[in-house]
Ligand binder design. Structure first.
Ligand code: GLA
Length: 382
């Protein structure tokens, strides 16, 4: 009996070891990580007496996006690099307070009008509307309290192949000076193809102007991990809209040929930026605008092999190279965001369209539906 007990114990121990081995190391192949489409909702804080939720969407590849119904902010976007290592590729803050205090539109939905309207005014049917001058002599990104600073109503959904958040807001007539009660709806969808899809919709009861966009600052090396000057940028645009000193388009649609704005072939962001006064902050006139979705831009980061493609039905895209970042914004994980630490690709109608007769119209009339889509698609280079 005395000899049997150690023997039995040994057998039991071996059994545990074998079970353990089978469970964890039984196969020589690296076990694929298993995820499935998932959605989590957490209370994140309160603004204007309204609850702000953080929605976490994860797809079957482990790509994860966090979205707030405050400002429609994308606060985190985890995507893999060539080795399968995940990093957060958007700039932002850890706390709601930081977003409220001071943000250069990190991850935001921008509206009612993305980018600038000269002298903050426009005229519809003989009536002139005046907006806040919040950017030198001009109006920028919807005004003082634009769509980036409101608490949206939110509903989430999940299907096997996609998960998302539907944000709605009824913007009252004259909000930030814009005419018409505007019903706005933004749908964020994460798909199993590693796409972050944004659907924009709006209706009005009075003629108005509209130009919604999304303002994530991307850094495919991971947020806070240096600048974006080594990223390769390609923008499928033969023309761009040159601007005056206050960044209002002159009205010209200029050929990019032999200019610093020629990104028709991939070009590193840093290669010519020193020659661009202030850095890139320009609207590109995208090719093949016929209202259909098409690929309009590709960005690749050589070291990590991460790439991002942008698809949209919109006529323009604002390429902004984070020129105004100066280290004063301390981002996620305490990382200071210095000049050029992120880039934005804001799909849009051209800046100041309400005052430029030769630009595609941004007028929305009662009975019409504004409906546009943009997709940010992530992958790795071959
Ligand atoms: C847009 C504008 C820039 C700047 C940023 C926000 O991209 O074009 O000039 O205002 O937003 O800082």
């Amino acid at each position: 009996m005395k000899r049997l007990i150690p023997f039995l114990l040994m057998l039991a121990f071996t059994g545990i070891m074998l079970t353990g081995c089978n469970g964890n190391h039984g196969s020589t192949k690296k076990k694929p990580l298993k995820y499935e489409m998932n959605m989590k909702k957490n209370l994140f804080g309160t603004v204007d007496g309204k609850q702000v939720f953080e929605f976490t969407l994860t797809n079957k590849n482990g790509v994860e996006v966090k979205i707030l119904n405050y400002g429609g902010l994308v606060t985190q976007l985890l995507v893999p690099d060539k080795q399968g290592n995940f990093d957060d590729v958007v700039l932002g803050y850890d706390s709601l307070q930081d977003y409220i205090k001071d943000t250069p539109y990190f991850g935001a939905i921008v509206g009612r009008y993305g980018n600038r309207i000269a002298k903050g005014q426009f005229t519809i049917d003989g009536q002139t509307y005046k907006l806040a001058l919040n950017n030198g002599p001009n109006h920028l990104h919807g005004g003082i309290k634009g769509f980036d600073k409101i608490v949206w109503d939110a509903e989430d959904f999940i299907k096997p192949e996609a998960a998302g958040v539907i944000l709605t807001h009824l913007s009252p007539d004259n909000e930030e000076g814009y005419p018409g009660n505007l019903k706005a709806k933004i749908t964020y969808t994460l798909t199993n193809d590693n796409e972050l899809k944004i659907d924009y919709e709006a209706e009005t009861d009075k003629s108005t102007v509209i130009n919604l966009t999304h303002h994530s600052y991307f850094n495919l090396k991971g947020q806070g991990n240096g600048n974006i000057l080594g990223h390769h940028m390609q923008i499928l645009a033969d023309r761009f809209t040159p601007v005056d000193a206050t960044l209002i388009p002159t009205g010209e649609l200029k050929d990019v040929q032999s200019t610093l704005m020629d990104f028709r072939k991939p070009e590193s962001i840093g290669s010519r930026i020193e020659q661009v006064e202030g850095g890139y902050d320009h609207n590109f006139v995208l090719n093949n605008t016929d209202g259909k979705m098409r690929l309009v831009a590709k960005v690749a980061e050589p070291k990590t092999g991460r790439k991002m493609e942008v698809l949209t039905d919109q006529p323009g895209i604002q390429f902004y190279s984070g020129n105004f970042l100066d280290g004063s914004n301390i981002g996620k994980g305490g990382k200071p965001y210095l000049k050029h630490f992120g880039f934005c690709l804001e799909t849009q109608h051209f800046p100041d369209s309400p005052n430029q007769a030769n630009f595609p119209s941004t007028l929305l009339k009662p009975g019409e539906t504004y409906k546009t889509q943009t997709i940010y698609r992530f992958g790795v280079t071959e």
